[in-house]
Design a protein around this ligand. Structure first.
Ligand SMILES: [Zn+2]
Length: 304
């Protein structure tokens, strides 16, 4: 007895330490499976049919996966109304379902770092101070449709969320944009390279996206416009977020004009959205505004 007591104590201590070490991962996987097995409410399905035309075009298996992922996001992530907005089911479902497009890969991440989704009624004003090279501080006020913070927050304008879902072929979708930033920010500062599932994948990703980013900047410097607009040229992080919007909303045009980039995104997101968009993109594709036009545009940053 004298020796069994300490042994039993040590054994239970070792078990407790083991449970603590593996617990969070196991618990998260258990919740991931359990939440996604819940039935998806009929009222939520009606919201998808009413507000997200792209949903009806997905093959049944991807519709099912999208519902499961959306349901998991709604269960796990707090959606908080700001500036007097009361968040309702339509807002939660429409935001979560569009974000779930980015989680359709069977081995997709789960926005592990995301803590809150803040929803504003419309574009929200942010004030930022920045220093220039000579040390002078500049204050700027901008109205944004969305923003993604490294500390696990996504901020969205509900007006823009709805508009983004209503037109699934214009290449503009604030939810896809901001949640792509979240994927990028999961392992540190956004740099245009989300976690790719293994170190061996980064060389090709960097080569393909780096070459496309450089080519975009060169085109803009020559005053040429194209499918990918000037906002994508501001940084590799914005490039990844903007081309993600094109990938899901204008896949045929992106695949035609930027085949290697399209292939890389298709591998990463684990889907080929071209079949979802049969016949709904204009033949010549949209004409993006030039850098000069963008500079003269009102100070509403639709993507940030
Ligand atoms: Zn952005």
């Amino acid at each position: 007895m004298g020796i069994l007591g300490p042994l039993a104590f040590l054994t239970s201590l070792a078990l407790a330490v083991a449970a603590w070490l593996v617990g969070p991962g196991l618990l998260a996987r258990w919740r991931w499976r359990r939440v996604q097995r819940r039935p998806f409410p009929a009222a939520w399905r009606a919201i998808l049919h009413r507000r997200m035309p792209l949903y009806a075009r997905l093959p049944p298996e991807l519709q099912r996966r999208l519902r499961q992922r959306a349901q998991w996001l709604i269960a796990e992530k707090p959606f908080i109304g700001c500036a007097g907005l009361v968040v309702d089911d339509e807002m939660r479902v429409l935001i979560a379902a569009q974000a779930a497009l980015l989680l359709l890969h069977p081995q997709a991440g789960r926005f592990a770092e995301l803590r809150q989704v803040l929803v504003y009624p419309g574009p929200f004003v942010v004030e930022r101070a920045s220093q220039d090279g000579s040390g002078l501080t500049h204050e700027s006020r901008r109205a944004l449709a969305g923003e993604s913070w490294q500390q696990g927050r996504v901020l969205l304008s509900w007006l823009d969320v709805r508009a983004g879902a209503a037109d699934p072929g214009d290449g503009r979708n604030v939810v896809i944009h901001e949640f792509a930033h979240q994927l990028d920010q999961e392992r540190g500062r956004a740099n245009g390279a989300p976690w790719l599932g293994g170190r061996e994948h980064y060389a090709r990703w960097a080569a393909v996206l780096g070459a496309e980013f450089a080519a975009l900047r060169a085109r803009l410097a020559r005053g040429e416009t194209g499918l990918i607009d000037a906002y994508a040229a501001t940084s590799p992080a914005e490039f990844f977020a903007v081309v993600s919007e094109h990938f899901f909303e204008q896949p045929q045009a992106l695949a035609q004009r930027h085949a290697a980039l399209y292939a890389e995104l298709a591998r990463y997101y684990g889907v080929d959205p071209r079949a979802w968009h049969d016949g709904d993109e204009s033949r010549d594709g949209p004409v993006a505004p030039s850098a000069a036009e963008l500079a003269d545009a009102p100070a509403v940053d639709a993507r940030n």
